[in-house]
Ligand binder design. Structure first.
Ligand code: PGA
Length: 251
């Protein structure tokens, strides 16, 4: 049975003091949540203090990005060993904001995934189409290319440990969530692509999260869908009570 994962992507929104205040508020609210993996992804400077707060906690720590080399002359970048040292066991990769603003290609995302695997970090691999691509009827083509690119040369036993997040770009930060049916349709497509690549057993192990304006009042319907295994939450992860309700989804 694949795991359910609710991950908060705090993006570039909170300083150290704000991040620590949020984790202090969130921790008691989710202590009694059900069988779900809870992940928070602060910005780099807050990883260490938030990680200290999480020692012994059920909440897992994730980074929002990494550079796929352990060490070296890469000014401004953060390595997998560095995020691991401060307690990260997850890392968001290939977020649409990174693909768009920092021109990250499928090849680069694939290199980052391999680096995560090498360092025992679970990547949350983001894929998703733009509004123009959806309107042009090429959603499946676009998402299929991203999935195949992400999993290139990754063997089945490693693929089974990864996490995907389907995030339609038109739904991110817009308040315009995909309907439960629209999300399920693409999740089922991604699952079918994974079946083609790895067979049903491995494809059945890979959690596929939905992301894009997930909130306390739409999480339950999304989680009721058979191929939606969790959520990657941006804006609504910045408030402890709202995020706690998402973590405690009811189906
Ligand atoms: P949002 O962001 O929940 O604010 O739409 C989701 C994401 O970008 O991961």
């Amino acid at each position: 049975m694949r795991k359910k994962v609710i991950a908060g992507n705090w993006k570039m929104n909170l300083g150290v003091a704000e991040s620590v205040a949020l984790i202090d508020a969130l921790s008691p609210l989710v202590a009694d949540a059900g069988n779900v993996e809870i992940v928070v992804c602060p910005s780099p400077q807050a990883l260490y203090p938030v990680g200290l707060k999480l020692s012994g906690s059920r909440i897992k720590l994730g980074a929002q990005n990494l550079y796929p080399v352990a060490k070296g002359a890469y000014t401004g970048e953060v390595s997998p060993t560095m995020i691991k040292e401060v307690g990260c066991t997850y890392c968001i990769l290939g977020h649409s904001e990174r693909r768009e603003y920092f021109k990250e290609s499928d090849e680069f995302v694939n290199a980052k995934i391999k680096s995560c695997i090498e360092h025992q970090i679970t990547p949350i691999i983001c894929v998703g189409e733009s509004l123009a691509e959806r309107e042009a009827g090429i959603t499946f083509e676009r998402v299929g290319t991203q999935v195949k690119g992400a999993f290139k040369d990754i063997p089945a036993e490693q693929a089974a440990t990864l996490v995907i997040a389907y995030e339609p770009i038109w739904a991110i930060g817009t308040g315009k969530t995909a309907t439960d049916e629209q999300a399920q349709e693409v999740h089922a497509f991604i699952r079918a692509e994974l079946v083609k690549l790895y067979g049903a057993a491995v494809a059945g192990e890979i959690p596929i999260l939905y992301g894009g304006s997930v909130k306390a009042d739409n999480i339950d319907g999304l989680m009721a869908k058979p191929d939606i295994d969790g959520a990657l939450v941006g804006g609504a992860s910045l408030k402890a009570d709202g995020f706690a309700r998402i973590v405690k989804f009811e189906i």
